[in-house]
Design a protein around this ligand. Sequence first.
Ligand code: NAD
Ligand code: MG
Length: 398
Amino acid sequence: MNKVTVLGATGSIGGSTLDVIRRNPERYSLYAATARNNVSRMLEIVKEFHPAAAVMLEERAAQELRGLLADAGLKTEVLSGSEALSAVAASEEANSVMSAIVGAAGLKPTLAAITMGKTVYLANKESLIMSGHIFVDAARRYKARIVPVDSEHNAIFQCLPEKEQNRIGRCDLREAGITKLVLTGSGGPFRDREISSLSQVTPEEAVSHPNWSMGRKISVDSATMMNKGFEFIEARWLFNANPRDIEVVVHPESVIHSMVRYRDGSVLAEIGVPDMRTPIARAMAWPDRIDSGAAAIDFTSLGSLTFRAPDFKRYPCLKLAMDACQTSQALTTAVNAANEVAVQAFLDGRLKFTDIYTVAARTADSFALAPADSLEDVLNIDLAARQRAYSVLEDLSR
Ligand code: NAD
Ligand code: MG
């Protein structure tokens, strides 16, 4: 029995993970579930899966949950605070951890799981954007296995030879005969909209992704294609790739989830309906295959598959993140922090869509040369970049 801790259990990836667990009860049980403050959803999770522990980031939410569980006669222990997130991620009781908190908040608990040598199913790309080399080094040192969950990276994982699948973070692409990793992306909801009208788009339009159903933050990142830029950085670390060997292609139908080019001209692709339960099931069951609940793809009703080059005028955030990846870890951390602040301001109606780029670019400028060798350095950059981003926000609202 694989006892799983699900970090971010009340979110989009968390819900899909719980569905995969639900469908495969002979293989998986829930050891712990965590959330920021969604008490009603956590109550449902505890009632269904009976985990040993539930963690709410906010103490008030934890108190409310404790009361409700006592009323229902349920024994799950309720903890609160960020230390508790790391504790259930690192617990001896858990075999594996689904890392599905959104944003920088996912870094510490995910690293806690890594340093205990757990198998980590990695959806929280932000932790790699912030701490790439530290993360990968820790995984090697503590013999933790990283399995990519992000659909593109999971697709690439599936197209790799077994030897490389066994050394995620330390792959040797050249030895494997690989010439390029090809990341596909739908281009988001605004791929055909007049560029001059992008400053007017609303949060509701931005979170309505044409193909995938996701949390609000990553949906906005998909609309700016900052998400694809982050995935470029994520691919660099997961597959030990030179940024020159990663290609981004816009593929509006989201049928091909990413590809690997080999020296002999072969290109391997992973194809399926856009449903995160497929990469989650692949990650959790690897090397086996299990039921994920995803529908079978119907090729005859697909029509055509199309591809185009990304237009950096439409997607300046994509270029910003790709350039940051070539420059330094400090820069990718700063872009991530500024983006988090900017996306929240946009969702709150305080920032224009196109100024997400402005905030990220103006913030990033000052951090290129900052030292980013330790976790402490990275957290300092994250904090300083957030402060800088808030002051850019203020300038823009004047
Ligand atoms: P979501 O917003 O739906 O859920 C986020 C989860 O994290 C929730 O359980 C929430 O309670 C928790 N959380 C939020 N802030 C927190 C904090 N400060 N401390 C502790 N917990 C906190 O997000 P999502 O779409 O499920 O995405 C989760 C992660 O997976 C992100 O890193 C995202 O980039 C990545 N990802 C998501 C998808 C997708 O399809 N949704 C695909 C690929 C990668
Ligand atoms: Mg993705």
